[in-house]
Structures are given as C-alpha cells and as structure tokens.
Design a protein around this ligand. Structure first.
Ligand code: XBP
Length: 231
C-alpha cells in the first residue's frame, strides 16, 4: 500500500471547536426567543446526532416540541453566522501535531482532504483563523455538510472525499475524534487514527486502527511512523 492522502475530520480533530458551536447554538436560541439552553452534559449527549440542524431536530423530538426542518434551517443559518463571528474573534488553536503533520504531508506530495459534517463555510473560517489562509489553500479536497445525503456515521462524506481525490480507500488514512467518525471512515474502508477530544473521551472507538491522545510525533506508534510523513 502507498499512502497518498490524509483525510481529516474538522470539529474536535483539527481543533477543539465544539464549545464554540455550543455557544453559537445557545446565543442563537437566546437571540431568537427560543427557550432552549444546552449545557455541557446535555451537549455531550446531543453530539451523538451529527450535524447542527439534525441535532436541533433530535432535541425537539426527544422533548416532544413541535419543530420542523424549515425552523431548523432558519435557526441554523443564524447559528452558522454566530459561529463564524466567534471563530473570527480568535483563540482557536490547532490540536497538537496537526500543523506539523499537514506541513510534512504537503512537503512530501501527499494529498490533503477534509471529510466533515459541518458546513464548508465553517471549515473556511477555521482555516482563516488557524492558518491565515482559505480552506482551499490548505486542503486539496473538501467534502462537507449537506454535500452528502447521509451524515456520519454513514460513509457518504468519506466516499465523496475519496471520489474527489480520485483515490481508493486503501491509499488514505482518516483522522477522527468521535465514535461516529470512526464508524464513517471504516464503513468507507479507510483506516482511521482517533484522537479523542474533550466531548468524545468516553466513547467506544471499536474499529479504530490507532487511538492516540494527540497527533504529536511523540505519540505515534512504530507502525504509524512507518506510514506517516516524518521530519
Ligand atoms: C461535528 C458535528 C457538527 C458540529 C456542528 O462535525 O457534528 O455538527 O457540531 O456543525 P465533524 P454544524 O466532527 O464531522 O466535523 O452546526 O455546522 O452542522
């Protein structure tokens, strides 16, 4: 097998963004007169549903609140704008090892891709904040959000990333932080490294090929070091 591409999840994997997403949801609810507030324990539970619109719909269904896809889309638009403002305020940092791995992969001619549940706009804001560059200047391929019919844990977004890369699953490695992400990558036939994040630490990562605290070079196992681009 020749490694040709690295495919990254975004939220929780590139950076710990979920607290900003949670704030953006709560600010939106308050601004729109919606009497919902998601604390951390509630949000950990709600994260089992991937995608912001889907998450609001799942919450409303659980609470037996009348709320439809149109209402979810309207609130989500406001939430996305609020999230962009929060990211633009700065303070987000790439997780340990990410910047170095991406630099080295680029230098060695590997393709770099994104496979995320969040929107392309949010990926772009994060790249501007963390790299000072647009997302398509950092990544060759971006597969995101509503570009696929079924969000993670379905394989769709990873299959779309592979299709856009023009590569078979065997030539890639995925980087994830959640059980849903691991299932999605594995269902697409891609080997996956998981680095648990602040909200996903207690999840069951069965199926992951590697579980590491961070992507820092010091944490790589010998077999991973044989595959990934090093210094
Ligand atoms: C994580 C998610 C996202 C964010 C919210 O996505 O589940 O839903 O919490 O994003 P990933 P949106 O880890 O796959 O990047 O509100 O933009 O959907």
């Amino acid at each position: 097998m020749t490694l040709r591409a690295l495919i990254f999840d975004v939220d929780g994997t590139l950076a710990e963004t979920e607290e900003l997403h949670r704030r953006a949801f709560n600010d939106t609810f308050a601004a729109e007169g919606v009497a919902w507030h998601w604390d951390r324990d509630e949000y950990r539970e709600l994260l089992k549903t991937t995608g912001g619109k889907e998450r609001m719909l799942a919450f409303a269904a659980r609470e037996a609140i009348t709320f439809d896809a149109e209402a979810a889309a309207r609130l989500h638009k406001i939430k996305t704008a609020r999230y962009a403002d929060l990211v633009d305020q700065g303070g987000l940092q790439l997780r340990l090892g990410i910047a170095e791995l991406i630099d080295k992969a680029r230098a060695q001619g590997l393709k770099l891709a994104i496979a995320t549940t969040t929107s392309p706009q949010n990926v772009d804001r994060l790249c501007h904040s963390c790299w000072g560059r647009a997302a398509d200047e950092v990544f060759d391929v971006i597969a995101a959000g509503d570009q696929v019919a079924r969000k993670k844990p379905a394989p769709d977004v990873y299959q779309l990333a592979l299709q856009r890369l023009g590569l078979p699953a065997e030539d890639s490695i995925a980087f994830e932080d959640t059980a849903n992400g691991v299932r999605s990558a594995r269902a697409a036939g891609i080997r996956v490294v998981v680095t648990p994040s602040m909200y996903s630490g207690s999840e069951d990562f069965t199926g992951a090929d590697w579980i590491l605290p961070t992507l820092s070079r010091a944490n790589w196992t010998a077999d991973l070091a044989d595959l990934l681009p090093a210094a």
